[in-house]
Design a protein around this ligand. Structure first.
Ligand SMILES: [Zn+2]
Length: 367
């Protein structure tokens, strides 16, 4: 989370890539803005207007002032639209809920919302549609019975919602809020939290998830990195005294761009991990975005095959290990996900309520 202009640029890049991919529709899982003021919502709408596919959104706590009130919801409705949605596509019913009503319950509103969710789910039975829920907050992060925290939905409503999701055979619950990937499968329900297009919590690349279905089930999703070049916090200004730290940050920003541009190029060309990327093709696919990508210390860049980080010849100019900050048992699950993010429709998930062993392989939902 940086500034409105930086966030807008990231969102604009995401919309541009969505337009190129041309999916059936797109969904934003909440936190459309950082602060819910007119300027922020107008900025969101300005970028949204450039999206050529239908874009749905549910609110997150940032959109409703972190302290849910009716006037905040009215503001959201007038500037963005309804805070819920439901629509049918190819036999799936997508139901967007307003999870802040469970984080910060309002006596009558919250009960009404729960009744609406149940009514929507009941309708999927009549229509023989498979429900997919969309929510800003995930029901839980690791375990259904985990303690209440800022990250999950409080326990009472969590178990009510879980009961409904089970009863109506919900296929998947898509959420945001965490600003990092989390994939869990519990009792045949997939719970997937996607990365963020503005800033991720764990230094993983920013981007979004492209979902696939075969008409009867969601078959998987793949991570789509944004290939926008994000300026470092302390950019190097030519002609001034610059530190090694600053030049390294500038170079690492370049490496992040190259990493995402590589993956995007590989995806458009249908290449798999370990394939070499032709620099000319990369240039074609990110035309107009690449600009001057040179190391401020005169290092030489090596693209490296897909699935490996691009490198600079200057010591210390290295992309941070993506999940290095995570505890080892989680990293064992996350790392293969990151490395396999180019595999078609791969959706690695962890079975919930089982702690993965250190070094365990992630399970793939397609197995
Ligand atoms: Zn460098």
């Amino acid at each position: 989370m940086t500034s409105i202009s930086a966030d807008m640029a990231s969102f604009f890049q995401a919309v541009k890539q969505v337009n190129l991919l041309a999916p059936a529709f797109a969904i934003v899982c909440g936190d459309l803005v950082h602060r819910p003021d007119d300027v922020s919502f107008a900025s969101f709408n300005a970028v949204r207007a450039t999206c050529r596919v239908r874009l749905y959104a549910v609110p997150g706590e940032r959109d409703v002032t972190l302290k849910l009130r009716n006037d905040a919801m009215d503001q959201f409705r007038s500037l963005i639209g309804s805070e819920t949605f439901s629509f049918t596509h190819n036999g799936f019913r997508f139901i967007g809920i307003h999870s802040d009503l469970f984080k910060m319950p309002i006596p009558v509103e919250t009960d009404n919302h729960l009744a609406w969710i149940e009514k929507e789910l009941l309708q999927t039975r009549w229509d023989a549609c498979k429900p997919v829920m969309v929510s800003h907050h995930p029901l839980f992060v690791e375990r259904l019975d985990e303690p209440e925290s800022w990250l999950n939905i409080p326990t009472a409503h969590r178990s009510q919602l879980w009961g409904l999701y089970r009863q109506y055979r919900v296929q998947a619950v898509l959420s945001g809020h965490l600003r990092r990937y989390a994939g869990i499968r519990l009792q045949d329900i997939l719970m997937v939290t996607a990365e963020s297009v503005t800033a991720t919590m764990d230094q993983s690349p920013t981007g979004f998830r492209l979902w696939f279905s075969d008409g009867s089930r969601l078959t998987g999703c793949r991570f789509i990195p944004l290939y926008r070049r994000i300026p470092p916090e302390n950019p190097v200004t030519p002609g001034t005294d610059i530190t090694t730290q600053e030049t390294a940050e500038t170079c690492i920003a370049n490496l992040r761009f190259l990493d995402a541009a590589k993956e995007w190029t590989g995806m458009l060309q249908g290449l798999s991990n370990n394939s070499e990327i032709n620099p000319e093709r990369l240039r074609d696919h990110v035309a107009g975005d690449i600009g001057q990508i040179t190391c401020p210390d005169g290092g030489i860049y090596t693209l490296n095959p897909l699935g490996s980080d691009p490198a600079c010849s200057v010591p210390g100019h290295v992309l941070p290990s993506v999940y290095a900050a995570q505890e080892p048992e989680r990293r064992a699950v996350m790392q293969p996900m990151y490395r396999n993010r180019l595999l078609p429709a791969g959706l690695p998930v962890v079975e919930s309520n089982t702690r993965p062993e250190s070094g365990a392989q992630s399970r793939n939902a397609l197995d």
